[in-house]
Each structure stands twice: as structure tokens, then as C-alpha cells.
Design a protein around this ligand. Structure first.
Ligand SMILES: *[C@@H]1O[C@H](CO)[C@@H](O)[C@H](O)[C@H]1NC(C)=O
Ligand SMILES: *[C@@H]1O[C@H](CO)[C@@H](O)[C@H](O)[C@H]1NC(C)=O
Ligand SMILES: *[C@@H]1O[C@H](CO)[C@@H](O)[C@H](O)[C@H]1NC(C)=O
Length: 718
């Protein structure tokens, strides 16, 4: 079998050139001169046979026929290898003289063999020339076991320090465990100065353990694991390091360093056991001197994640979710607060909180605080107030406030009071989870000081304060009146805004111009006082579509609404009047006593204080009769179903200019509230008969359509 070609080629390079042209072949033949004819006399020929290094030469003869002689004195073949004689041959097969090689295999010890042929001057026997044929030999390369002891190699036997391994055409050396083959490829040394371990666990030991360790070593075993992991060393048995009775570790030492700090030096036969290094970078330094016979040591190292301090809540409202018995590197905890408390990091409110255990064993974020939720001050209720239902009066979670309205002028619709609680979300909420606070609605028709007298019909009298608190004094084209509905609407007569019988030039005022002009006063019975209180700015005007200022004799549709810019604040001197219930004509029957009030003309001068007069509803047919023959601007006045009349042609009590637009108010005997049934509209002269009033009950839908959402605020009474 041939060795791999590559190895052979390498080996050829080291070959040596010999005398005869036999190159480094793996096989070949060698013949005596002139073979197969008889060889010449007096001839000396030599052959140097070389095979590639790592092989030796095997030679044997196929033909051998030389002159036999005693001790092969005359003709012979001499074979040497590595200066060693392998034999001197002559003779013929079966001859008793000479030394015939027969089938012998001749082996060199190295990769060279030398063959010398010698013939003397003649070949004769018994005087006759005899011819000998010579020889034919074949050689071949056969493997040399370099590792075998007793090999007599030219360049000496292999010096494998530990182990030698032969292969066809060569050999290699190897070392015992813990040793490393050096660059000379033969010697073995412990190379332990730079051993690195990066796995989270593993084993390390002195070279050759548990066999005695070598001398003169400077070993450095470094364990380097991820920061955040702590290394624990566990020494296994046996443990044995050269020691001395008196001096501590004078010969060999095992030192353990964590970072730059030495945490132990060991020797002797007592195992250090287990060592928690508390580091992620550990060097194990093993130093041996030139003598000793100890078995060494072995360590199993393992790692464990660094632990962080157990999290401790700052207060009893802090909840640590899924608390673990121990927290290690990369573990985290989540903090929440009990209901009604919020997470605070310093002054900052947090939506959530997580802290992670870092590789140095500290938390990346300190424990937060849980602070009670604060709802802030409750919303301010217009025309109302709130009272705390809990002590102390603070706005914290579960604090309670109750809203109430400024009674008796305002009321919560259908409720006495509404309670709100400070929720965990930080807002005040009622029982139904609503945040909207209630609204205080005006209470209509409840004067503080109502006119109670049922008296004989006389001329008007001064109205006491608080008796007609809905009374408005208007000024557009002249003095007029109105009645407060809700807290920002004035019910009045259309003709106070767009009077009848105007000159063409004075007409055609745009609504904006009228709004600009309009002055509305509320809140007192004295003209001076009411003016001093100030004018209520107007936002919009609404005049009924049926009202026609050009039709002087027909006041149908004489109704208007003035919307104030802002709601007024109700009180004793300023309160709304109620509207009649739809479809109930009770207050329009003959004889029902109503009260007209106003700042109008009295004894031919404008009144300086509010006056009122009780006026009974008249029989409508009498008024119709009474109107017959009377004229307004030469035309017959029109009395429609949207009007009613009150008063008497026999009594001197009536409304007059300046009262226009004011309320005709009645007191509902059922519940004592005051209701506006009419608006002072028109008459013929003052105090000279019947007065005519806009029939408010006919216009409820119109009013509702205009005031919209304020309609509800006009329905509240006791
Ligand atoms: C031996 O014989 C060979 C072949 O015939 C020849 O080349 C050589 O010169 C001879 N050597 C001597 C010393 O005669
Ligand atoms: C051991 O090896 C480590 C890593 O290479 C090195 O940081 C340390 O300085 C070495 N110690 C000694 C004493 O050589
Ligand atoms: C109409 O109103 C009066 C006064 O409040 C009341 O007495 C009467 O019962 C009402 N009529 C109807 C039909 O509701």
C-alpha cells in the first residue's frame, strides 16, 4: 500500500543524491553489468538506493549467479545500509561454497541502501573459463516505523516527548492531556498561562489532574462571564497542592483573583470547598516550583444572576405586583397603587411603573410613591353652591360634595340636591358616573311679597318691592314694559319694538338697529333705582309674524320676545313669572282677577315708581259691544281670538301708555304661583273702559319654538 502522495512529495525534498543513477523511487531493479549476459571481469559497480524519507528499502534477488568462493573472496555483492553491513554474497543457487542470498529479504534501517558489485580478473575453474550470469535484484520502499524502539535512523530516533504515532511514510508526536505540543512538534509543555472560560459554567483543573501536575508552571485560568452573573467555584476532591508545615504555601500556590482583588491563596490537602466570588471576572493563578509530587485540583464553576435588594413599598397604598422572593439581574417588578391613589415619581405623575434589576445589583428606578387622588375643587354651580359631605373639607378620593341651588329663587329640576364623589379617576362624579354638574333653574311665579288683597277696584297703587319681581322696564320708542321668563327672556308686546302708525321715515329700522336702541331694566320698583342698576344688553329680538305695524286698528299677534345677552341673577327683586298651562282656559273666564303693573302714564305724567292695578277679566261679548262705533285712525278696531279684554267701562282703572308689554298676571289658586295670561296691548284712551291684552296661552308653541332649551327653565315652580 502506498502512502498518500502529498506526504511523499514532502518527503522527497529531504532526499540525498547517491553515486549511481538511482533516484528516489518507491521501487526499482538493479542488474549486474551486462546482465543477462555474463558480467565482465575486473568490474566494480556501486548503487545507492534511496527511497523517500519515512520508508526503508527492502531488497531481494530474483537471479543470483556469481562465482562462488570461500568467504566470497573473488566476486561478490556487498550490501550496506547506514554504515551497517547487511551481507556479502556470492555463489550459485544450491552451491556449497560462497554465500548465496537465496530468497532473503534485505532491509535497510533508514531510507538508503548501498550495493557494491565486485568481480576479479578471471572466472575460471579447473583451467576453463566459466561464465556467470550475474544478478537481478528488485527493491521497494516499505514503511518505516519511526516510533519503534531500536531503530537505527540516520538522523537519530524521533524525540517525541510523550507519545509517538507512526503512519506510512512518517510519524507524529502527541502529548498527555493538559500539555501542549510545542512548535518543534516533538516536545510537550503545559501551556496554561492564557486559558479563557466564557461559558456560564464549566470545569477547570491543574494539568494532568488527578495525576501529579508538572513543575515550573505559571498558569492563568480566566473566567469571563456576562456582567450581572456571579461566579461560584466549587473545588472537587481530591485536592492536593505542595505545602510546608510552617510557611504558608511556599512552593506551589493557587490564587484566586476577582478583578484586581485577591480573595484567596490555597495549598495543602484541605479543599477550600465552595467559594462565592461575587464577581463576573475571575482569574485562577496556579504557580508551581521545580519540584513536588501533588495531584492538583479541579474546580467546577457555575454562575448565578446577581440579585437586587428586595423592593419595599414606601407606603401602605403601594402594591408590588406578583412579588417574588428574590429578584435577580434582568428581573423586574411592577408597581400599582390601591384604588384612589396615583403613582408619583417626585412631582411627576406616572401612568405605570416598572423597575429592572441591573447588572450591578441595583434597581434602575427607585420605588415610587402612591398619593391619594385629588379631584381639585368641585365645579362652581351658577346660582347654587356645594357643601362637603365629608370632613375634612378636602378634594381627595372619596370626598363627597352636595350641590344645592339658591332657594327659593332657583331649584334643581325634580331634585333637592345632587351628591358628587371624588372618583379614583380624579374627577367628581354622581351616582350615575356623570361628571356634568346639575343646573339651577329659575323658579317662576313666586314673588317674595305677593299682592294678596282682593280689594275694591280703585285707581292704581304703588307696588311694594318684591310683589311684581318679573316687571321689566323697556325703552325702545318710548317707555314700555315686559315680563321676565326664565332668567334671560323678556316677554313683551310687539308694538313696543315696532310701534303702529310710524311715519315712513321712522320705519324700516333693521332688527340690528332696534337691538342697538333697546334698553331693558330689571330689579326695582323705583324708576331711578332700576335705571341705576343698569341696562341688560340684548342679544336678539323675536316679533310674531302676525304682527303688522301698518295695521293700526288691528293688534293681532302683538307679542315679542327679547333675548338678553346674559342670564340675570334672580333674587327678591328679580324673578320670572310662569307661563299658563297649555289648554287650560281657567284664567280667562270672566271675573278672574288679574294684576297689571307698569311704569306707565299716571295722571298724565310718567310714573316714577312701579304701579299696579287689579283688573278683572271682562265678558268678551261686552267688550265687542263696547267697541262698536269706536275708531282707531278712523278705522274699526279689530278684536281677535288672540286677545282678551279686562276692566270695566265704569271704573277708572286701566292700563295706559308706558304700560304696554307688561304682564297681566294672575295668581293660581291651586298652588299660589303667578302666571302671565296677558300682555298689555291696546285700548281706547286710558282709564276710560276696557283694556285689551294679548292672549298668551295662544302663543305657547311660538314661545317654545323660540326659547328652545330654555323652555325647561320656564317650567320650574313649587
Ligand atoms: C563495469 O562495467 C560497466 C558496464 O559494462 C562499465 O560501464 C564500467 O566502466 C565497468 N567498471 C570498471 C571499473 O571497469
Ligand atoms: C490573567 O489573564 C487575564 C486575562 O487575559 C489578565 O487580565 C490577567 O492580568 C492575567 N493575570 C496575570 C497575573 O497574568
Ligand atoms: C286648570 O288650572 C286650574 C288652576 O290651576 C286648575 O284648578 C284646573 O284643575 C285646571 N284644569 C285642568 C283641566 O287641568
Amino acid at each position: 500500500m502506498f502512502p498518500p502522495l502529498l506526504l511523499l512529495q514532502g518527503a522527497f525534498l529531504f532526499g540525498a543524491v547517491c553515486s549511481m543513477p538511482t533516484s528516489k523511487k518507491l521501487f526499482g531493479e538493479i542488474k549486474s553489468p551486462n546482465y543477462p549476459k555474463p558480467y565482465p571481469d575486473n568490474n566494480i559497480s556501486t548503487w545507492g538506493i534511496s527511497v523517500p524519507k519515512g520508508f526503508k528499502v527492502k531488497l531481494n534477488f530474483w537471479q543470483f549467479d556469481l562465482e562462488p568462493s570461500e568467504a566470497c573472496m573473488y566476486d561478490y555483492v556487498k550490501i550496506t545500509a547506514n554504515k551497517k553491513d547487511l551481507g556479502r554474497y556470492c555463489g550459485q543457487q544450491g552451491s556449497t561454497t560462497g554465500n548465496h542470498p537465496g530468497g532473503k529479504e534485505l532491509l535497510s534501517t533508514g531510507n538508503h541502501m548501498r550495493l557494491l558489485f565486485h568481480s576479479d580478473f578471471s572466472n575460471e575453474e579447473n583451467g576453463a573459463n566459466i561464465f556467470y550470469k550475474g544478478f537481478l535484484a528488485y527493491y521497494q520502499a516499505v514503511d518505516l516505523d519511526e516510533c519503534a524502539l531500536g531503530n537505527d535512523l540516520e538522523d537519530g530516533p524521533p524525540q517525541c516527548q510523550h507519545f509517538c504515532h507512526n503512519y506510512v511514510g512518517g510519524y507524529f508526536c502527541s502529548c498527555q492531556p493538559g500539555y501542549r505540543l510545542q512548535s518543534d512538534r516533538h516536545s510537550c509543555q503545559v501551556d496554561c498561562s492564557n486559558e479563557l472560560f466564557t461559558e456560564p459554567s464549566g470545569y477547570l483543573s491543574s494539568p494532568g489532574y488527578p495525576q501529579p501536575y508538572p513543575a515550573d508552571m505559571q498558569c492563568n485560568y480566566s473566567i469571563r462571564v456576562e456582567t450581572g452573573l456571579l461566579i461560584t467555584l466549587k473545588f472537587l476532591e481530591p485536592f492536593e497542592i505542595d505545602d510546608h508545615q510552617q510557611v504558608h504555601c511556599p512552593y506551589d500556590q493557587l490564587k484566586i483573583q476577582v478583578g484586581r482583588e485577591e480573595i484567596g491563596e490555597f495549598c495543602g490537602t484541605v479543599s477550600p470547598g465552595s467559594i462565592e466570588t461575587k464577581g463576573s471576572s475571575v482569574d485562577i493563578l496556579f504557580h508551581t516550583d521545580d519540584s513536588g509530587y501533588s495531584r492538583g485540583w479541579k474546580i467546577r464553576y457555575s454562575t448565578e444572576r446577581i440579585s437586587c435588594p428586595q423592593p419595599v413599598p414606601n407606603d401602605e397604598f403601594t402594591i408590588i405586583r406578583d412579588l417574588q422572593p428574590i429578584y435577580r439581574y434582568q428581573d423586574y417588578f411592577i408597581v400599582t397603587c390601591t384604588t384612589g391613589y396615583k403613582l408619583m415619581e417626585g412631582d411627576k405623575k406616572l401612568a405605570s411603573f416598572t423597575s429592572v434589576c441591573q447588572d450591578d445589583g441595583t434597581w434602575h428606578r427607585p420605588m415610587p410613591q402612591c398619593e391619594i387622588v385629588n379631584c381639585g375643587g368641585p365645579k362652581i354651580l351658577d346660582n347654587g353652591a356645594f357643601d362637603y359631605g365629608t370632613e375634612p373639607r378636602i378634594n381627595n378620593y372619596l370626598s363627597v360634595v352636595t350641590y344645592r341651588c339658591n332657594e327659593p329663587y332657583y331649584r334643581l329640576l325634580n331634585k333637592g340636591g345632587v351628591t358628587y364623589t371624588c372618583s379614583a379617576q380624579g374627577s367628581w362624579k354622581d351616582q350615575d358616573d356623570h361628571e356634568d354638574i346639575p343646573v339651577c333653574l329659575p323658579v317662576c311665579g313666586r314673588p317674595d311679597n305677593p299682592i294678596a288683597e282682593i280689594q275694591r277696584i280703585i285707581d292704581g297703587r304703588d307696588a311694594p318691592r318684591g310683589s311684581f319681581p318679573w316687571q321689566a322696564k323697556t325703552f325702545v320708542y318710548g317707555r314700555g314694559g315686559g315680563a321676565l321668563l326664565g332668567d334671560r327672556w323678556i316677554l313683551t308686546a310687539a308694538h313696543t319694538l315696532y310701534p303702529k302708525g310710524q311715519e315712513e321715515s321712522e320705519k324700516a329700522e333693521s332688527p340690528e338697529q332696534v337691538i342697538e336702541k333697546a334698553r331693558v331694566f330689571l330689579g326695582h320698583t323705583e324708576v331711578n333705582e332700576i335705571i341705576r342698576l343698569g341696562n341688560q344688553p340684548v342679544r336678539r329680538l323675536f316679533v310674531h309674524a302676525d304682527y303688522n305695524p301698518d295695521n293700526e286698528e288691528n293688534f293681532d299677534g302683538d307679542i315679542a320676545l327679547i333675548e338678553l345677552q346674559d342670564p340675570v341673577t334672580l333674587g327678591r327683586d328679580m324673578l320670572p313669572i310662569c307661563l299658563p298651562d297649555p289648554g287650560n282656559d281657567t284664567f280667562y273666564v270672566q271675573g278672574w282677577m288679574g294684576y297689571a303693573s307698569g311704569f306707565g302714564v299716571e295722571k298724565n305724567i310718567l310714573a316714577s315708581r312701579l304701579r299696579y292695578a287689579p283688573i278683572p277679566v271682562a265678558r268678551q261679548s261686552h267688550c265687542q259691544e263696547w267697541l262698536k262705533g269706536k275708531k282707531i285712525s278712523d278705522k274699526d278696531p279689530v278684536f281677535t281670538a288672540n286677545m282678551f279684554c279686562a276692566g270695566s267701562p265704569h271704573e277708572g282703572k286701566d292700563t295706559c301708555q308706558g304700560d304696554s308689554g307688561g304682564a297681566f298676571a294672575v295668581r293660581d289658586p291651586e298652588n299660589g304661583r303667578w302666571v302671565v295670561t296677558g300682555i298689555v296691548s291696546w285700548g281706547i284712551g286710558c282709564g276710560k273702559g276696557y283694556g285689551f291684552y294679548t292672549k298668551v296661552i295662544n302663543y305657547l308653541d311660538w314661545i317654545k319654538g323660540i326659547v328652545g332649551k330654555d323652555w325647561a327653565s320656564m317650567q320650574v315652580s313649587y
